[in-house]
Design a protein around this ligand. Structure first.
Ligand SMILES: [Zn+2]
Ligand SMILES: [Zn+2]
Length: 348
């Protein structure tokens, strides 16, 4: 049997393991993808560090191959595969939905009750090959290099969050300048936002926010009155739209407090634990529209993402700050642990 290099979460503690494993065989409705590039996501860092979230969510799945952001080439297709062929360049929609639950049947597959997530519930993309249901295979334009196409998934998250409501002519606060945050900044600008205010507590990340088009940056370090800075930048009115991509209680509360009454709050950030919010005074009486954003709408978000990439209005290449061999994956995690890079791409 053919062997491949793969990256495993084997033990319930920080770290990973590089192993040779058999190349998987696609089922009837799956394709076999030869991975050309894969990238490290925040989720992978949780899994690597084996924090509280990872222990609860993944504890019973180990040992398995993790990773989910990918671009590769289809090298084999099961007999009932449709719409994708050997030789196609593909990325993965990571939410493997059931197709029969209430959500799936009402156009909300991204929040399927029985969803399995690639590289979380199934063997993932940190390997030389992976299998994927054909319905989850998104065919990429061959003009986009694999090392860029792998970063589409976080861009998709940003597209879903930004276009949860109106953008053109709006003043928008974006909390959290990770890869999704900086993509969100770029999308807001491309879609005609009047003013985008980027907030983070890391100087290097704020600089990325600026590079991706933020009009105002606010350094959320100790002693800085973030709320005052935002109110000053919005003529005392507050922002029309607040995007939470930091997953920090302070960011959530600052964002709500600096949203004008009647504004829109779209929350994608994942918070480490429950926290206190004054719902009555801060949300209800101020008429705030609040929504949670999970994954990408299947597949509206992907078509929108593709359109932004094609138009050249979003420069995803700038997001990729580090490229390593798959076998050097530990180096990639080191970079992210130090919060030095944006997207770390691994090539087999
Ligand atoms: Zn991801
Ligand atoms: Zn379902």
């Amino acid at each position: 049997m053919e062997k491949m290099l793969s990256v495993w979460k084997t033990h319930p503690k920080e770290g990973l393991e590089l192993k040779d494993a058999p190349v998987p065989d696609p089922k009837d409705d799956e394709v076999l993808i030869q991975v050309k590039a894969t990238s490290i996501c925040g989720t992978d860092l949780h899994i690597y560090k084996w924090d509280e979230w990872a222990q609860k969510r993944i504890g019973k799945n180990i040992p398995y191959i993790f990773g989910h952001e990918v671009s590769g080439e289809v090298v084999k297709a099961g007999k009932s595969v449709k719409g994708v062929s050997v030789g196609d360049h593909v990325s993965a929609e990571t939410h493997i939905s059931c197709g029969y639950c209430y959500q799936c049947k009402t156009g909300n597959e991204h929040i399927c009750q029985n969803v399995k997530i690639l590289g979380v519930d199934t063997n993932g993309a940190f390997a030389e090959y992976l299998t994927l249901p054909y319905r989850n295979s998104w065919v990429n334009d061959k003009k986009i290099p694999h090392w860029v196409a792998t970063a589409q998934e976080p861009l998709g998250n940003a597209v879903h969050t930004v276009f949860d409501g109106e953008v053109a002519g709006k003043t928008i606060t974006v909390f959290g300048m990770g890869p999704i945050g900086v993509c969100a900044v770029a999308l807001c600008k491309a879609a005609g936002a009047e003013k985008v205010i980027a907030i983070d507590n890391h100087e290097g990340r704020l600089k990325f926010g600026k590079d991706f088009g933020a009009d105002v940056t606010v350094m959320a370090s100790d002693g800085v009155d973030v709320r005052k800075e935002i109110m000053d930048a919005t003529n005392g009115l507050g922002a029309d739209v607040f995007l939470e991509l930091a997953g920090a209680p302070k960011a959530f509360n600052d964002g709500i407090a600096t949203l004008r009454p009647g504004g829109r709050a779209s929350i994608l950030g994942v918070f480490p634990k429950p926290f206190e919010v004054d719902v009555t005074n801060d949300i209800v009486f101020r008429g705030i529209r609040l929504s949670g954003i999970n994954g990408r709408k299947m597949y509206d978000t992907w078509y929108k993402t593709q359109a932004f990439l094609r138009s050249g209005k979003i420069n995803l290449e700038k997001l990729v700050t580090h490229r390593f061999k798959l076998s050097e994956i530990e180096k990639g995690f080191d970079v992210l642990k130090r919060r030095e890079g944006m997207k770390v791409v691994l090539e087999p």
